[in-house]
Each structure stands twice: as structure tokens, then as C-alpha cells.
Design a protein around this ligand. Structure first.
Ligand SMILES: [Zn+2]
Length: 291
């Protein structure tokens, strides 16, 4: 099995989250991992504990995703860290680079390419200000389309009860990029926040032909029936299993971060056929990245 959505937030950051966020000027991330007056859902892992957790869950390979940092320097730093993890287990850990699209993305992409990364993301078009830097975002998308690099975008639920730190992500941004770069592989996180429904619209469906949806954080957001429903909307060939490790997606029962509970829940309760399960847990991402 391959986990298409994990993060690399190591203990050296977790030791002093607020100082680290302050030093790096990353207030949005701090609000997410250390919300005021609420227990944090964020867990932490070292490269060793990550590989151990993968072994415990029969996960052969994981995709480490970058983060939607608000500064280019944090992105560069994070990529160095991810590279260290990739070098630690080169057959097991692959990386999508943290990119700050607003400032010379091509240089960052070339550097990430030389470091062995295979894609970009997770990006957040609102936190990272797509609206005022469209030209650079499009240059990035064009490079990724030409190099066959997927981009993973964070997508917030299209409809929700407002909670602290909730930042809506207008669906039209993703459609705009998909239309402009028809061969770009786009991965919309968190089931695309509801975008699969719009694939029932004939005019939109065609534009989203290279769009995939990952299941990251699903147990926190949706009922397990989301699997069957999204398969009915877009087909099992467009769905990628992602845990969002080391996020604790079952906060009541998870003391330490792990992928096993989500995998077990999916295998037992999502009603997947053997073929669907093979596609979602391995085949789709493996083809996308030629793993
Ligand atoms: Zn996300």
C-alpha cells in the first residue's frame, strides 16, 4: 500500500512549536497545530518512527507532502528536512516539495527537482495568496505540467460550520488552473472539499479529467460512506488513499499518530471491492508518479 498524503513535522519542531512559528513567521500554521483553548490534533513523528508506523500498517511507500508556508525561506528549510527523510529511506519515502509560488517559483522547482522531489504541495491558494500573484502561480503550473509533476492542493470543505482557523478555498481557483493546464495532474486534498459533486456537470467534468482526490483527514471530516459516494461521482480511478499522518484523525482513540485505524476502518466499513481497494490504496498513485 502507498500513503499518498503524509507530512514531515519532526520532533525538533514540536519541542517548541510557538517559538518555531514565531521565528519563522508562520502564524497560520501555528493556529492549526496549537489552537487556542482546544487540544491539538497534530501529532509528530521522527523519520524512524514514521517508517516503523508504516511497517505496522503494511504501508510500503509514503508521499511526504510539504506545507503551505507563508514564507519562501520556510519552504526551502522544510525541503531540506524532507530530503533528509527521503535519503533515510529512499525506497519508502518520496517527497512533494514545499513551494512558495509568489517569488520565483521556477528556481525553487529546479532546485527541488535536483533534490529528488516528485511533485508540489500541499499548497493553499488563499493562505499563499494566489489572487495577487497569479502570474507566478501559472508559471509554476506550466512547469509542473511540462515536467509531469502533480500538484497537491489543500481544499477546504465547501460548506461547513465555521470553526477557528477555517479559511475557505474558492473552488473556481482550481477550475481556473485545470482549464489553463489541461495536462497538469492535480490532486485535490480532503476529497476536494465537495468538488466531486460538480463532476456530474458535463461541462465541468471534462475540465477535471486530470484531477484526483485524496482522502486525507477523512475520518475527521466525513462519514465512511464518503468512499462509496465519491466513487459513484468520479470513479475509483481518481481516488488516492492519504492518511494525513501524523495528524490524529481519530482524536478520541489515538494516543500516538498512526495510519492503521483509518486503513482498518476503510477496509471493514467502506464496502470497497478488491479492484477499488487496489486502485485507491496503490495503483492510482503508483501510476501517477511511476513508482
Ligand atoms: Zn490539507
Amino acid at each position: 500500500m502507498i500513503d499518498a498524503h503524509t507530512h514531515c513535522f519532526p520532533p525538533e519542531i514540536s519541542d517548541n512549536v510557538s517559538q518555531w512559528a514565531k521565528d519563522n513567521k508562520e502564524p497560520h500554521w501555528l493556529e492549526l497545530v496549537a489552537p487556542k483553548n482546544k487540544p491539538s490534533l497534530q501529532g509528530w513523528a521522527s523519520k524512524e518512527s514514521m517508517v516503523q508506523t508504516m511497517d505496522d500498517s503494511d504501508i510500503n511507500q509514503s508521499i511526504l507532502l510539504g506545507w503551505y508556508w507563508e514564507n519562501k525561506t520556510t519552504c526551502l528549510k522544510h525541503n531540506l528536512l524532507m530530503k533528509e527523510w527521503m535519503d533515510f529511506a529512499p525506497k519508502r519515502l518520496h517527497g512533494f516539495a514545499s513551494i512558495y509560488p509568489n517569488d520565483d517559483p521556477i528556481n525553487q522547482l529546479e532546485l527541488a527537482n535536483s533534490m529528488g522531489f516528485k511533485g508540489v504541495g500541499e499548497l493553499h491558494p488563499v493562505v499563499q495568496d494566489y489572487a495577487t500573484n497569479k502570474a507566478q502561480w501559472h508559471a509554476m503550473a506550466q512547469w509542473c505540467e511540462a515536467h509531469n509533476w502533480p500538484i497537491n492542493f489543500h481544499v477546504s470543505e465547501g460548506l461547513n460550520v465555521k470553526y477557528p482557523n477555517f479559511i475557505p478555498t474558492p473552488f473556481n481557483i482550481y477550475l481556473e488552473i485545470a482549464i489553463a493546464y489541461p495536462n497538469l495532474k492535480i490532486i485535490l486534498s480532503h476529497w476536494g472539499g465537495g468538488i466531486p459533486f460538480f463532476e456530474l456537470n458535463h461541462k465541468i467534468k471534462n475540465h477535471l479529467k486530470n484531477v484526483y482526490y485524496d482522502t486525507a483527514a477523512s475520518p475527521l471530516l466525513y462519514d465512511i460512506n464518503v468512499f462509496r459516494n465519491v466513487i459513484n461521482l468520479v470513479g475509483s480511478e481518481k481516488i488516492l488513499f492519504g492518511s494525513d499522518f501524523p495528524l490524529k484523525v481519530y482524536p478520541k482513540k489515538q494516543k500516538i499518530p498512526e495510519m492503521q485505524s483509518f486503513i482498518k476502518d476503510t477496509r471493514l466499513n467502506a464496502g470497497l471491492s478488491k479492484k477499488e481497494s487496489d486502485q485507491i490504496f496503490e495503483k492510482n498513485i503508483s501510476e501517477l508518479l511511476s513508482l
